[in-house]
Ligand binder design. Structure first.
Ligand code: FES
Length: 318
């Protein structure tokens, strides 16, 4: 089997059941050689048969740098990636993955770090905690889950010196982000990954408390906004000198595919950055969770899986 240089063949070497619905999948290279290094917060995309790419945050572990580990929650109503992982993938099978990509970078020099994780959003946050602990840097870890039995990595997290675990069926509502952040130095860096309502509350509280945008870090694992599907605009492809009309009900990505334009994608929900394209002119209607507000205002790139156009024409570097 041959692979392009931007993909890797890896073998599934271990599956560990973490909770009723979450398993840890560990992959190693075929020849035992080290895999490209992954920093805390990075993700890889798995190429799954008939499903395309699916992106998952890595659970990095400095004791096993030769492996990629991902914790996957089986989502019966999802797009099929997690069901395939849980139901079809078996130890010994070889799959193709992308090298690690990091849109959720950890500032390792921060004076203090606050980590907030909700549910399966714990995976990149745990990697950050492990890294900060290895560096002997101060951090606080806030982990919430609907119940103790549904919380992966609980034993490890409870052992961090300043960790706070809360469960919906035991404690009711979490203390508000505002309460936690009120007594926190504005020099601290804040990281949050969890369900969309939790992330929205976090962002509102962090901004209201006066933290600078560059100290506020989030990673979504579900779409934050609905995709732009109103259509009714033209997309010009500058490199191939073609024009496409995006029809009502279509995304730019589906219009590109219908025209036979090959696109690299993964989440197709605006959260992984795989479909980012340079915008040469026109006004995108950004619906992704990848670009910062500043980047959205600059309109230099866009995610074509979910974003549309506010102008009648967009010229893309395709
Ligand atoms: S495919 Fe993930 S952001 Fe578009």
């Amino acid at each position: 089997m041959t692979h392009s240089p931007d993909t890797l063949a890896v073998r599934l070497v271990r599956v560990t059941y973490l909770t009723e619905h979450v398993s840890l999948f560990e992959f190693a290279s075929l020849d035992g050689a080290p895999l490209p290094t992954a920093a805390a917060g990075a993700h890889i995309a798995l190429q799954l048969p008939n499903l395309g790419e699916r992106a998952y945050s890595l659970v990095t572990d400095s004791r096993h740098p030769e492996r990629y580990a991902i914790a996957v929650k089986r989502e019966p109503a999802g797009r099929g990636g997690s069901r395939h992982m849980h139901d079809m993938l078996r130890v010994g099978q070889v799959i193709t993955v992308t090298p690690p990509r990091n849109l959720f970078k950890l500032n390792e020099q921060a004076e203090e770090t606050l980590l907030f994780a909700g549910g399966i959003g714990v995976t990149p946050i745990l990697s950050m905690a492990r890294r900060l602990q290895a560096l002997n840097r101060p951090f606080r870890f806030f982990y919430s889950s609907r119940s103790r039995i549904h919380a992966p990595f609980l034993e490890e997290i409870a052992c961090f010196p300043d960790s706070h675990c809360r469960f919906g069926d035991e404690h009711g509502r979490d203390p508000s982000f505002g309460q936690i952040l009120a007594g926190t130095s504005r020099n601290a860096h804040l990281y949050c990954c969890g369900p969309v309502p939790m992330m929205d509350d976090f962002l509102t509280a962090a901004r209201a408390a006066g933290f600078a945008e560059e100290h506020i870090h989030v990673e979504y694992f579900a779409a934050k906004e609905t995709p732009a599907l109103t259509g009714g605009f033209v997309v010009k492809l500058a490199r191939s000198n073609r024009s496409l009309t995006v029809k009502p009900g279509q995304s730019i990505l589906s219009a590109l595919r219908a025209a036979g334009v090959a696109m690299t994608t993964s989440c197709e929900q605006g959260i992984c950055g795989a479909c980012e394209v340079r915008v040469l002119s026109g006004l995108p209607d950004h619906r992704d969770s990848v670009l910062t507000d500043e980047e959205k205002l600059a309109n230099q790139t866009m995610m074509v899986c979910c974003s549309g156009a506010l102008s009648g024409e967009l010229v893309l570097d395709l």
